[in-house]
Design a protein around this ligand. Structure first.
Ligand SMILES: [Zn+2]
Length: 403
């Protein structure tokens, strides 16, 4: 038996199929509704609870979840932080973060609620440093060593702006539809800092659900349910996982991660930026060469008008006014028109009666064949040009790998 497989993309590892895991029916919000009367409570909107599990990383999520169904802007996430064992867990994890902080650190708490965790860090450091809390839900007053921002933390902007030594995300990732994006962005944001930046993340852990079969864990506000395995996969996206442990009798899992991306990814991103700059230069250079051909009154034929040849025509601005002649080796393409620019594509035999000064072959790898075809068919041209190294070069005279 293969289980009941459906199409749904895992928010942690990106796998495209999932197993039906638990159907909780249509239920109201469980923790962020705060109805003021029994009538309001009973008439609250019902949302689908349609939990599936990733066969690859074991993550569980509600595939019918909609983030906008939850009134985060109006209603605070009230977490009970006074239980004895829980307070011990908080102190332990706070110490773990403190152990990595330099003197006068900058610490960001994403989804900080009323800010008890980051305030605790600030107190432990005797308020030396900068302690920031981001939370779109509520606007607690800045003070007592903590700066509050009533908005979402955007790593690609704010990592640079605030240059944190540590970022905490506690009991937030399970609410997000796309936690992987936040982790990817934190990792990249940290690469712009000239110092280490640590992530402390914590979520509820559902490992025990599998042992016990209990189902009260599953409610609408938690779009994502982490197993130890899926949490580890998510954390590994953000950098080097230095600590991964459980707290509160195995009910939560947390990690301390040195944020960053692997050198090969940085190299690849660097190479992509260089390619982008070089491509802009190439485009300008070749447009300039084409412009010169037009200004000199050269008679030009473009050999090919569809697919990659059409891409050449588009990207280098080979318009129908200056370059009306487009030919093809394939008689079946004759009588059709170049998409976007509109030149009529004609069979190459037309070049036997109207010789041209220049033939441009956009598809370099076919140039050898086309040149042989020109010789065979006695098609003459003053010059054959192909794109190579960011400019148009002479097929016969210049150096290139397509001869
Ligand atoms: Zn997965």
């Amino acid at each position: 038996m293969n289980g009941h497989i459906v199409s749904s993309t895992c928010p942690v590892c990106g796998y495209s199929l999932a197993s039906i895991f638990y159907n909780g029916g249509y239920q109201t919000l469980a923790t962020l509704g705060w109805p003021p009367t029994p009538e309001v409570a009973q008439s609250m909107a019902r949302h689908p609870q349609d939990f599936v599990q990733c066969p690859r990383c074991t993550h569980v999520w509600n595939r019918s979840f909609t983030y906008d169904a939850i009134p985060y802007q109006n209603n605070p996430n009230r977490m009970f932080n006074k239980g004895g064992i829980w307070k011990g867990h908080l102190a332990k994890t706070r110490d773990l973060v403190l152990s990595q902080l330099p003197n006068e650190p900058t610490v960001v708490d994403i989804g900080c609620g009323e800010g008890h965790f980051v305030r605790g860090l600030s107190e432990s450091m005797n308020y030396f440093g900068r302690f920031l809390g981001f939370d779109p839900n509520i606007t607690p007053e800045t003070g007592l060593g903590v700066e509050f921002y009533a908005k979402y933390f955007e790593p690609l902007v704010h990592m640079n702006e605030f240059a944190p030594d540590a970022v905490a995300i506690r009991h937030v990732l399970e609410h997000l539809t796309d936690p992987a994006t936040l982790l990817d962005q934190l990792a990249w944001g940290a690469t712009r800092l000239d110092k280490p930046c640590w992530l402390f993340a914590e979520v509820p852990c559902i490992d025990r659900v599998f042992e016990t079969g209990r189902i009260a864990d599953f409610f609408y506000e938690h779009a994502s349910h982490f197993t130890t395995q899926s949490f580890k996969v998510l954390m590994a996206r953000a950098g080097e996982v230095v600590v991964l442990a459980h707290g509160y009798d195995g009910e939560v899992v947390y990690a301390l991660v040195k944020l960053g991306v692997v050198p090969s990814m940085l190299d690849r991103a660097d190479a992509a930026s260089k390619f982008a700059l070089a491509a802009d230069d190439s485009r300008a250079q070749i447009q300039q060469q084409l412009n010169e051909l037009a200004v000199q009154g050269k008679r030009v034929a473009i050999w090919g008008g569809t697919g990659k040849a059409a891409a050449f025509i588009h990207q280098f601005g080979v318009d129908a006014k200056r370059f009306p002649l487009v030919v093809d080796s394939d008689p079946d393409k004759a009588g059709t028109f170049v998409p976007g620019t509109g030149q009529e594509i004609v069979f190459r035999d037309v070049l036997k009666s109207i010789p041209v000064d220049v033939v441009i072959i956009p598809t370099q790898w076919r140039a050898k064949d086309i040149v042989a075809e020109m010789v065979r068919e006695a098609i003459m041209a003053g010059q054959v040009l192909i794109e190579q190294g960011g400019r148009l070069v002479d097929f016969h005279e210049d150096s290139h790998p397509y001869r």
